[in-house]
Design a protein around this ligand. Structure first.
Ligand SMILES: C[S@@+](CC[C@H](N)C(=O)[O-])C[C@H]1O[C@@H](n2cnc3c(N)ncnc32)[C@H](O)[C@@H]1O
Length: 236
């Protein structure tokens, strides 16, 4: 198990992460993504497509993809309270796993979806390499990004070093695009931007990227000098 397992992802304020209906009852969680669902109609998911929801938490997006006819694998490194109930109601597979372990499985999904996860990983580029490996047709990423950062990636002060890494990375959309390309994704498109709203957090602007898996451009992230430089500068 990688170091990521030791990172705290921050305490939930509510018992649930996602606000959603489970067995006809509204469960109120920290984040209410119901307003995003309409925007995700543009994701190219057809009945019978296999879909990986990497870092699914309570499985809010997994159930939406399953309702669209996707054959969904919800995957997360951690357990949650409500996922099993949702899984029983909608029907999708759950795998408890670290994204970084995906290449060992050597399994591929038509569509890979990953929302708000990479910025919580100690090694986001390693995460992207693993997700590219698992992606047969196309991938979608929802990520924070501050346009004011230019082409930068920063680590919030003290976040990783004291292992209370709740929100370590903040990057510019341009930097995220660059990471996707380093990891071997091509035809990278920023297809939307939206606002994630929660009950206890301030709303955040996020970006939706689409990318197609290509040939790996690196074998290892240590091949990438620019990434090395960011790691060094940020004491990683
Ligand atoms: C901020 S939540 C996002 C949940 C959901 N994708 C969404 O957008 O609402 C991040 C999730 O990623 C999971 N996670 C973090 N690092 C992971 C890793 N290396 N492998 C698998 N899951 C991971 C966490 O356990 C958590 O459930």
């Amino acid at each position: 198990m990688s170091d990521d397992a030791t990172i705290e992802h921050g305490p939930l304020r509510s018992r649930a992460y996602h606000t959603q209906f489970i067995n006809g009852k509204l469960v109120v969680g920290d984040w209410d993504h119901r307003n995003l669902i309409e925007r995700f109609n543009k994701l190219n998911i057809n009945p019978g497509d296999t879909v990986l929801d990497a870092g699914c938490r309570d499985g809010f997006f997994s159930q939406y993809f399953a309702r669209r006819g996707g054959v969904v694998t919800a995957m997360d490194i951690a357990d949650t309270v409500y996922r099993q109930e949702l899984q029983a109601e909608v029907g999708f597979e759950f795998v408890r796993m670290n994204i970084l372990e995906l290449p060992e499985q050597d399994r591929k999904w038509d569509v890979v979806f990953c929302s708000d996860v990479l910025c919580h990983m100690r090694d986001p580029l390693g995460g992207l390499l693993a997700l590219r490996h698992a992606c047969a047709r196309e991938a979608y990423f929802v990520t924070d990004g501050r346009e004011s950062l230019g082409r930068c990636c920063i680590v919030q002060p003290g976040a990783i070093r004291d292992k209370k890494a709740f929100y370590p990375f903040v990057w510019a959309p341009a930097f995220f695009r660059q990471m996707l390309q380093w990891a071997g994704f091509r035809a990278v498109e920023r297809i939307d931007q939206m606002v994630m709203r929660g009950n206890v957090y301030a709303p955040r602007k996020v970006f939706l990227f689409k990318a197609i898996p290509g040939e790996a451009r690196v074998k290892d992230i240590s091949d990438i000098l620019e990434w090395k430089k960011y790691k060094k500068e940020n004491g990683l």
